[in-house]
Each structure stands twice: as C-alpha cells, then as structure tokens.
Design a binder for this molecule. Structure first.
Ligand SMILES: Cc1cc2nc3c(=O)[nH]c(=O)nc-3n(C[C@H](O)[C@H](O)[C@H](O)COP(=O)(O)OP(=O)(O)OC[C@H]3O[C@@H](n4cnc5c(N)ncnc54)[C@H](O)[C@@H]3O)c2cc1C
Length: 280
C-alpha cells in the first residue's frame, strides 16, 4: 500500500499548473487527493509528477453568473453543501454533495476532482448530466466548454486531455416550479452508491410536465433514463414510467449487487425520487 516514487510540485496559479502539467508526459493534478492517492497506493496510477493544485484558492467559489451558477473546480464538497446560492437556485447539487462519503471526505474532496476522476459510481457526475451542466476546461491552447453529456466517456475516462485543467462547472438556475431529488442506496453509510438516481421534475398545476432522470452506477458512465423521460413528457404517470428507468442501462455485477438487483434498485429509487421531486 505504498505508492511508487513521484516528484511533487505546488502550483502557484492556474497558468503555473498548466505549465507543470505540460512539462512531463505522465504528470497528474492533485486536488483533494481522495481518489488519486488511494489509486496510487494500489498502483493503479503511477504518475512520475504530482502537480498540487489544492492551494489555488481562486478556483474555490460559488458565484451568481446571471442565468447560471458558476462553481470553481477546487470548491470542496462541504462548501458546495453549504452554498446558499446553490441551495436557493440548484438544490440538487448540495443535496447530492451532502451524500458523498463522510465528513472527512467532504472536507477534502473537490467537485472538480470528483468530475475529472470519471468514476461511474460517483454522485456528482450523474447530477451534472441530469442538470445539463457545462464544464469549463483550460489547456495550453485556451479555454473550451464541454456539455456534461459529452464529458463522461467511459470508466475513469472524460473529455479532459492530460494537459488540461477543469476550472469551472456551470449549473442552471432552476425555476421555482422545478422539484428535485437525489436518492442513493449504499451498503454502508459512507460508501459510493450501489445505485443512485437524480431527478428533476417540472410541476404544472398539480400534474407533471417534463422530467430529467440520471442514473449512478448503472453503466460505464452516468446515464440518462431517456425512455422514462420520454414517457413522462408524453403524459405517463410516474408509476407507469418508473418500470422504464433501467431500460438501456448496462449495470455490472459485483460484490455489492448483481446487475439484476441494480436494475430493480434503479426502478424503485427512481420512482421514489420522481415522487419526491414532484411533491416539493
Ligand atoms: C472513503 C471515501 C469515500 C468516498 N465516498 C464517495 C461517495 O460516496 N460518492 C462520491 O461521489 N465520491 C466518493 N468518494 C470520492 C471523493 O468524492 C473524492 O473527493 C473525489 O472523487 C475526488 O476528488 P479529489 O478532489 O479528492 O480529487 P483527487 O483525488 O485529487 O483527483 C482525482 C482525479 O482527478 C484529477 N483532477 C483533480 N482535479 C482536477 C481538475 N480541476 N482538473 C482536471 N483534473 C483534475 C486528478 O488528476 C485525478 O486523476 C469517496 C472517497 C473516499 C476516500
């Protein structure tokens, strides 16, 4: 459980981080270290240089940016949970961030690290996919914006190039008629999700209009339950749309659950999350 040897540099600015990152082929950024360091101890990751971006305080913020809320990539999960702007305009994000790990993980782990890591069992990638959030990425040739739907490309794989830094996440301000819920099932309180479901529901005079449904740990990347979303948009009741929630997903079987049980969980949690969002 001891990592292979590596060099260590502290980045003083975003530009300095990019310079250090580009200077060594197998360099890696270190944010909260709560995913990278365990991977290094297991020798699943063997970077020869760690570029510590943990002190870039100018990348830790939650700001009102007009039509959206901007979250700096170095914002820790705890600060996301407590951000009044997110609680008011996009409560799905703090609700899910509050279910990440335990207090120690939430005090050290960052939202950018969680998204860049690309773990399909992580909570915040699913939330960003459900919200149609945008990722602001900075690299040697400037800045680009990638929608969440194009950001997660496989298990531990994202649209980030090795020389790029995720600097900001943009989430929409939800109208007051939109309810939300994040429901997670895990074997122990502080664990990653066996399965989790994120929902947004547009409420219209006692009935529901459109819904967005995101799934955690139901495939190689976070997924949208498009068949159930289409059924609700077409007028189906939650109870009739819920059996479609796992359609098109490809969950794995492991020590936490079989693929079949994961499909069952997604259906049950999804129905409850839709009902909670519709009732809020
Ligand atoms: C005991 C335990 C329980 C946990 N439980 C959960 C859970 O229930 N749900 C959950 O979602 N997560 C869970 N986590 C993971 C936790 O949320 C991590 O904080 C998160 O996955 C990684 O964030 P970090 O800041 O620690 O990133 P790091 O570990 O520092 O980095 C992770 C990866 O992202 C890259 N990276 C980091 N920041 C950036 C950036 N700004 N731009 C580009 N690349 C970057 C790094 O190079 C590395 O490859 C748990 C972790 C532990 C140790």
């Amino acid at each position: 459980m001891i990592p292979a040897t590596f060099d260590y540099e502290v980045a003083e600015s975003t530009e300095h981080a990019l310079e250090l990152l580009g200077g060594r082929e197998d360099a890696k950024l270190l944010a909260g270290g709560h995913s990278l360091l365990p991977a290094m101890k297991l020798r699943l990751a063997r970077p020869s240089l760690l570029v510590d971006i943990g002190r870039l305080r100018d990348l830790s913020y939650v700001r009102d940016a007009g039509d959206h809320i901007a979250i700096g990539a170095l914002t820790r999960h705890k600060d996301v949970v407590e951000a009044p702007l997110l609680q008011e305009h996009c409560p799905l994000v703090p609700s899910a961030a509050g279910q990440v790990g335990d207090p120690q993980v939430r005090h050290r782990g960052t939202i950018g690290g969680s998204l860049a890591h690309g773990d399909p069992a992580s909570d915040l990638p699913t939330v960003m996919l459900t919200l149609d959030a945008e990722m602001v990425i900075r690299g040697p040739s400037g800045e680009r914006i990638v929608p969440a739907a194009q950001f997660f490309s496989g298990v531990f794989q994202t649209a980030l190039e090795p020389t790029e830094l995720l600097v900001e996440i943009r989430v929409p301000k939800l109208p007051s008629t939109t309810g939300c819920s994040y429901m997670k099932m895990s074997r122990r309180a502080q664990d990653w999700a066996t399965v989790a479901v994120a929902t947004l529901v547009e409420r219209r005079n006692g009935s529901i209009g459109r819904a967005a449904i995101g799934l955690t740990n139901m495939g190689a990347t976070p997924l949208r339950a498009t068949q159930a979303e289409e059924a609700i948009a077409g007028g189906a009741a939650i109870v009739d749309a819920a059996p479609l929630i796992a359609s098109g997903s490809e969950p794995s079987s492991d020590t936490a659950a079989s693929a079949e049980f994961r499909r069952h969980l997604a259906t049950v949690l999804g129905r409850r999350a839709l009902e909670e969002a519709a009732g809020r």
